[in-house]
Ligand binder design. Structure first.
Ligand code: C5P
Length: 240
């Protein structure tokens, strides 16, 4: 497998073509952004951490019967993935109140929901990723009602698996964002990354955030938290 032309550069990854038209090559970059890119800082070593954490999580999901675009890690900062056409939606799953839910509805931090919440946001930098409901998704031809139902079902299945995965390493999964794409056959496939950049993770031992909230809130270096997540995942895998 050979890395070819740069396809695009996102906020956290550079995507390259490969010599296989059905495969893309992702390079995780040493950068953190918040507020839709308005806050952007270079953070050495961060790409390595997210590349590895995301790879471990997608491998774990596969063992739970959840397929994704992830194929394999190629280096500390690189991985190859099945090429998909990304559906322009951010699918957010929430177990406990935090972030935008907490501020929007002025509820207690980490209020527990009776059942997980699935929300969609329209991926558009120009519009600042607005919340979008099912009827609006259909009206804008982003997905059909059947595809929306499939996205919700897949997101909840990922949530069940991930809650257990993190609970096993004494971490509470508060909420997270997923992206899905359509593969060459038109199947919906989990894509992008799952990492402390895209999930809120709280250490059950200390109550501390092990995720990008540390950066968003200006609480210091995010890397120790990410390193702790990776270490616990690796320790758990070694113990199996
Ligand atoms: O900000 P908000 O509370 O809506 O975020 C919910 C979850 O989605 C958080 O885990 C956050 O890290 C993730 N998210 C993301 N990318 C975005 C927006 C939210 O990964 N653009």
């Amino acid at each position: 497998m050979k890395k070819a032309a740069l396809l695009y550069e996102g906020k956290a990854k550079k995507m390259y073509a490969t010599d296989d038209e059905q495969v893309v090559w992702a390079e995780y970059i040493d950068q953190a952004t918040a507020l839709n890119g308005a806050k952007k800082v270079a953070i050495a070593h961060k790409g390595t951490l997210n590349n590895q954490i995301s790879g471990h999580i997608f491998n774990y999901l596969k063992t739970q019967g959840i397929e994704s675009a992830f194929i394999q890690q190629m280096s500390e900062t690189e991985q190859i993935m099945k090429k998909v056409q990304i559906i322009p939606l951010e699918t957010v799953v929430r177990n406990l109140a935090s972030g935008h839910f907490e501020t929007k509805f002025n509820v207690a931090h980490l209020m527990k929901f009776k059942q997980p919440i699935v929300e969609f946001y329209y991926k558009s930098d120009a519009l600042d990723d607005p919340f979008i409901n099912d009827a609006q998704i259909v009206a804008l031809d982003i997905a059909t009602p059947a595809q929306i139902a499939e996205l919700k079902q897949k997101a909840l299945t990922v949530n069940t698996a991930l809650k257990q995965f993190f609970a096993d390493i004494d971490i509470t999964l508060v909420d997270f964002k997923l992206e899905f794409g359509l593969d060459f056959e038109g199947n919906i496939l989990l894509a992008d990354e799952i990492s402390p950049d895209t999930a809120r993770l709280i250490d059950q031992k200390t109550g501390k955030s092990l995720d990008k909230d540390v950066f968003r809130k200006g609480l210091g270096d995010l890397r120790p938290g990410y390193e702790e997540v990776l270490k616990r995942i690796e320790d758990k895998e070694r113990a199996i």
